[in-house]
Design a protein around this ligand. Sequence first.
Ligand code: PAF
Length: 295
Amino acid sequence: MEIINRRQRMASVARKLRREEDKTIGLVPTMGALHDGHLSLVREARRMCDVVIVSVFVNPTQFGAGEDFERYPRDLTGDTTKLADYNVDYIFAPPVEEVYPKGFATYITVEGLSETMEGAARPGHFRGVATILTVLFNTVRPDFAFFGQKDAQQTLVVKRLVRDLAFDLEVVVLPTVREQSGLALSSRNAYLTDEQHRAAAVLYRALAQAREVYMEGERNARRLAEAVRAQVDAEPLARLEYVGVVDAESMEKYDRIPEERPVLIALAAQVGRTRLIDNIIIQPARQKARTTSEP
Ligand code: PAF
């Protein structure tokens, strides 16, 4: 396994693998502090691709002022050890000035999907995500890129980015990995005290409760959102920031959920000072109803 810090070196290694060795390349973009959620992406990349590249880069442009860019967990040594166990071929871990050299002035905005929910709560966040992914995709030119369902809105933004800018790659989305309690794995869980960690399980319980209400026949989006809010409000350590009930593919906002459409229920909440997100997707009730990301 080689750790590459320079964009040009990464591009030339990937070019050689593609052209001379005819290898398929899987890219797993991460911000490091790897957990089992990331590793499930790496495992699938290893299964599907000849060569696996994991990028580790805490991307400043997707953090707003006052967010946790400075204190975001960084542990390249620990990440390297974990990735060695998965037989990863390359880690691409550039310094900030390598990705954003002096005079960098080009940013990508995916309109229509970036303004609500996470986009409204974190203005500029998806512009930063789309920009870094464009740089990574152009550098590595992967055949497949792997993302977790936990960042549901991000997966939709990435799919649209890939489609609209004609990147020749397939986006692979894998289920959220959860603790026994249902809490979605996240690098930010490291900020939680033990008590907050236990309390944070309310987020998945709230989503599961909304799914129950849906299964009982409720199609009013506001009532499903209320079911989530009631559960989160009952946990004194958690404060719900938003809950969205939208189309799982287009992110269209619903009053009443059409029977034939998959629905995304997504939330963000503060647990102590830590901001966490989670979601479930409920498939149309007429098919065998099931959700993604079961614990
Ligand atoms: O999901 C993340 O960790 C980041 O948003 C990503 C996709 C690596 C871009 O910085």
